[in-house]
Design a protein around this ligand. Sequence first.
Ligand code: PLP
Length: 390
Amino acid sequence: MSEIKARDKAFVADTYARFDVAITSGIGSELYDENDKRYIDMGSGIGVTAFGTADVEWVKAVSEQLMRVQHTSNLYYTEPCGRLAELLCKKTGMAKVFFGNSGAEANECAIKIARKYGSEKKGSEYSTIVTLENSFHGRTLTTLAATGQEHYHELFQPLTPGFVHTPANDFDAMCETVKNNKVCGILIECIQGEGGVNVLDKEFVQKTAALARENDILLMIDEVQTGNGRTGEMYAYMNYGITPDVVSTAKGLGGGLPIGACLMSEKVEKVLGHGDHGSTFGGNPIACAGAVSVVERIDEKLLADVKAKSEYIFTALSGAKGIEKVVGMGLMIGIKTVRAASDIVKECNEKGVLCLTAKDKVRLLPALNIPMDILKEAVEVIKEVASKEI
Ligand SMILES: *Cc1c(COP(=O)(O)O)cnc(C)c1O
């Protein structure tokens, strides 16, 4: 075992089943390990490096800010934080943004908004948040409670109370859940990422949005994985023709540095006031400067490219030998293979293509700007590996 791996095994908490790969450098959608073996990056650090590794524009934005000032705390104004918030509001029509450092924190903020909104509008007993079965909203005790997967809950009781889960794409069940609980918010992913790249039905999402509006319940969309161009729109909800009250996002937003954002519509922009919420690192100027360089480049042309590359992947893999189906949207793709997804991913790694899994599927989240020739090379490897007999 190499020194990098041995030291990590000896001293880093054993909470991750790492792949047998130590990345030491990279450029764009290509990564290199300690022996200079090349990998095509089809996971982009779980959808984080939106423009690839060591992307020139991102590095420039980050390093210029780094030389200027790296941190001030939220006691003072800094330029990148305001610029990023302005960009996000202009691209979505939302009114205000709160910055944290991760997806879980973005969701925590959304949950606090819903709880305070419900309490002020209808009374403190209106504190329940509805989420979907098979969802994933984070690892803090509250976002774990929001996550609709029992196996994550078992060992960590008691979790934050006030969360109920209902099946995805079952609007009758959603209505029952809302009727039987004192609900302040509904939190959903339009495409369940960790849950297996399950694309929600348009009808279910639209009816749920209407139900929320009729009952003065906040509609909150978790765009931590689906956001920032990933699905071929700025945010995945834009594929659904709905207007959320709250949007949480993270992962690809920062392009590689930790950042989370909770976007608030005009209806809720004043719910949290001075002292109601905060974060020491939130809105960090370096993370925000990097995010500005990401968000500025998510334009019509890039989104059209994302859609074109998505179509290429769907066409190339659908019906291929050993592949049962291809699901997803944009460059968030799930592949149901005949052989176990974990075996496919392991063999792809060995052949120099880094892919992810999501439940029983192989999951692809390449950089939004992955060059077509590299994408083709990766798809050929995935096809070859998937086609092998059991
Ligand atoms: C990754 C993810 C989270 C958690 O984000 P962290 O940055 O790991 O806290 C929350 N929701 C969704 C949909 C995610 O994919």
